[in-house]
Design a protein around this ligand. Structure first.
Ligand code: SAM
Length: 382
């Protein structure tokens, strides 16, 4: 079992992204989830999970409880150790420095040497107290793989969890701020959200991800850095040229990416998202960030027709899509044959909320299953 330390302001969305790198993910307290298994290489590429640790045990969010967990734990490790404690959102009132000192002393008493600079093993101790939002309850495809210990939605949680650090995500997103890229346009997606939606769409080595309205190529850059081969199209020649510039800059080298994988291949062309020059089932996942009514110039389509057409094309060429927009296009998605797997609302600023829809092809490809099973489980305040 693993402990996941989530980042960002939306635990439900973070947990959904974590499911691209872990199985049996369940939120147990604000900022915390447990997972049955992890793929360490994929954890390195997550945007909204900071760390995964091999769970040693868990208790209540106080120091006495953390001590009891550590005292009772079997430790089959040798070498030097260090303890790092975190109080998620300052929610538990535990003094983390004192926790590090006392828990470190317990390890010394058990024969371990402490090395704060380069320990062989790092013990993460995380305290968190608060309500686990009832907006989500695992809408992901792992929903049926729940672990026994989950915290019920809306329940107050008081948790300390201890675990040996197993994998950390690479926090280099600041080096790819949209304004610092070779080609920048207003409306470019922030690299954290771009990485997360790429991961949710299935970006990984061996997978092919398409963004049919790629703009500056923000999603494609992030998908390529976790090893996916990427394809982009945009209706505007200027955008297609700019995306090429950005992709050449970030993916056009044989060096492994910061997450340790080979960068994916890339291809960008000018094209209409409603009429793609790709055969059926050509890619593993589609991501697009639909133009916002007031923002992008759309020459040939009404926005409704553009999104409906792009959804239908995506459905023809991929089993999964992630759509980001300034409104929920769920009815259009259903009409195009998609099943809504999960949905999230992310407030960007006061007047802009971004909707993220995760879509899967309906089993059987028809309306046979009737209304979406998971509608009742969608997140956010829809
Ligand atoms: C919101 S922007 C995408 C931003 C992008 N995610 C980024 O990070 O730069 C939407 C893009 O859709 C493109 N677009 C509009 N109509 C299109 C169409 N029919 N086919 C393909 N792209 C289209 C616009 O040129 C614009 O670049």
């Amino acid at each position: 079992m693993y402990l996941l330390e989530l980042g960002g302001e939306d635990d439900a969305f973070a947990a959904r992204e974590a499911r691209s790198a872990a199985t049996g993910v369940d939120r147990i307290a604000p900022g915390l989830a447990v997972a049955r298994g992890i793929d360490p290489e994929r954890v390195r590429g997550l945007a909204y999970t900071h760390r995964a640790s091999e769970l040693l045990g868990r208790g209540d969010a106080d120091l006495a409880s953390a001590r009891a967990v550590l005292e009772a734990a079997a430790i089959d490790r040798t070498g030097s150790v260090a303890v790092r404690a975190t109080d998620v959102h300052g929610s538990s009132d535990v003094r983390t420095e004192r926790a590090e000192r006392e828990l470190g002393q317990l390890l010394v008493d058990r024969g371990f040497a402490v090395d704060l600079e380069e320990p062989d093993h790092l013990l993460r101790v995380v305290f968190s107290e608060g309500t686990v939002g009832d907006e989500e309850r695992s809408t992901g495809s792992d929903a049926l793989e729940r672990v026994e210990n989950e915290t019920a939605a809306g329940e107050h949680a008081s948790v300390c969890a201890l675990g040996w650090l197993a994998a950390e995500s690479v926090r280099d997103f600041g080096t790819r701020a949209p304004t610092d890229k070779p080609f920048f346009q207003p409306g470019s997606m922030d690299p954290l959200l771009a990485r997360a939606v790429a991961n949710v769409a299935g970006a990984r080595p061996g997978a092919t991800i398409l963004d049919p309205m790629c703009g500056t190529g923000g999603v494609l850059v992030e998908a390529g850095l976790v090893g996916a081969d990427v394809i982009g199209t945009d209706a505007q020649a200027k955008m297609a040229a700019g995306a090429r510039e950005n992709l050449a800059h970030f993916l056009g080298t044989d060096d492994p990416s910061p997450t340790g994988v080979s960068r994916g291949s890339w291809h960008v062309g000018r094209g209409d998202a409603t009429r793609l020059a790709l055969v059926d089932d050509a890619v593993d996942g589609v991501v697009f960030d639909a133009p916002y009514g007031r923002q992008s110039k759309i020459d040939t389509h009404r926005l409704e027709d553009l999104v409906a057409g792009a959804l239908a094309e995506a459905h023809r060429i991929a089993p999964r899509a992630v759509v980001i927009a300034d409104r929920s296009w769920r009815e259009e998605a259903r009409a195009a044959g998609w099943q809504l797997e999960s949905a999230f609302e992310r407030r960007v600023h006061r007047s802009l909320t971004r909707y993220v829809m995760v879509l899967e092809r309906r089993a059987g490809g028809s309306d046979r299953l009737g209304p979406d099973r998971r509608d009742a489980l969608t997140s956010g305040s829809e």
